[in-house]
Design a protein around this ligand. Structure first.
Ligand SMILES: NC(=O)c1ccc[n+]([C@@H]2O[C@H](COP(=O)([O-])OP(=O)(O)OC[C@H]3O[C@@H](n4cnc5c(N)ncnc54)[C@H](O)[C@@H]3O)[C@@H](O)[C@H]2O)c1
Ligand SMILES: [Zn+2]
Length: 259
């Protein structure tokens, strides 16, 4: 048996042995659905735009137009995207009663499109716009229509405040309710599965360390290495869509044979 097969079996066994499994997903999860991530060499969005100038709340407020073209490009990729094999495998794991919840950094809504439940969107969603003055939430289409009609300071219909996508920009705090939900999932899990995250953005970067310190196991699938690989119980440096469905199939077969 080659090394990859051994790791796939070990990964599946760790899931089978766990009582409370939580998944933490990052932009690597969306790649196979055609949405670029930030940090993959050659294709990551940060090679196209400067993160200090884009997707930060300060730059958005000072010059919405500069940011909106980039956001529209990412948004269009998101709106036409379909769930991939990785999203579907997570849903399958949940149906097997082997997944308690999903913490995602993604704003693409693809876990929900794949019919996964208990998804905590740590960084909000690309499908909504929020008024920066009164907090009213709209469908993102309201904002896109205004921008397409040349209104590069899209505004709230109720109070004329500036609209922004209801996703967390750099420089913005995460919502306290979302953080509490995430803390609870991390505290209760005995296995954290990381799928497609460089684990460089806080607070998400902290969750694997927190789970480990509370005695949980850690399993990672990510093409690039992460800073916490050495502490994980199993790490696979491969594409999620190529390996995670195989892992979930082993789990499924074992559970069905056990009955
Ligand atoms: N799909 C989306 O919603 C989307 C897209 C771009 C950025 N973002 C935002 O980007 C921020 C960056 O954090 P991040 O850690 O999620 O992303 P990241 O870009 O920092 O890291 C993505 C990681 O995924 C790995 N990867 C790429 N393709 C993969 C594949 N097919 N299988 C396995 N691994 C793969 C890469 O090696 C990389 O380490 C987050 O705040 C997130 O909100 C979201
Ligand atoms: Zn308003």
């Amino acid at each position: 048996m080659n090394e990859l097969n051994t790791k796939i079996k070990k990964f599946a066994q760790i899931i089978l042995d766990a009582q409370n499994v939580v998944a933490l997903t990052g932009a690597g999860m969306g790649i196979e659905s055609g949405i670029a991530d930030f940090r993959s060499p050659g294709t990551g969005l940060w090679e196209k735009v400067n993160p200090d100038e884009f997707a930060s709340i300060h730059s958005y407020v000072s010059d919405p137009k500069k940011n909106l073209d980039f956001m529209l490009e990412l948004g269009m990729a998101i709106f036409k995207a379909k769930p991939n094999k990785g999203h579907k495998a997570l849903t399958k794991l949940q149906k097997l009663d082997k997944l308690n919840g999903i913490l995602t950094q993604n704003i693409d809504g693809l876990h929900q499109k794949a019919h996964s439940k208990d998804v905590v969107e740590l960084h909000g969603t690309a499908y909504e716009a929020i008024c920066m003055s009164c907090g009213h939430i709209y469908s993102i289409t309201i904002m896109i229509d205004q921008v397409r009609n040349g209104k590069y300071s899209p505004s709230c219909e109720a109070c004329t405040g500036l609209l922004k996508p209801n996703a967390i920009f750099f420089g913005e705090p995460l919502r306290s309710e979302t953080l509490s939900q995430a803390d609870r999932l991390i505290e209760e899990c005995d296995l954290l599965i990381v799928l497609g995250s460089s684990l460089l953005v806080y607070p998400v970067a902290f969750y694997p360390r927190k789970a480990l310190s509370l005695g949980a196991k850690l399993a990672i699938i990510n093409i690039q290495e992460t800073d916490i690989d050495a502490s994980a119980d199993v790490v696979i440096h491969d594409k999620i869509g190529d390996v995670f469905p195989l892992i979930v199939n082993i789990v499924k077969n074992e559970i069905e044979e056990g009955h």
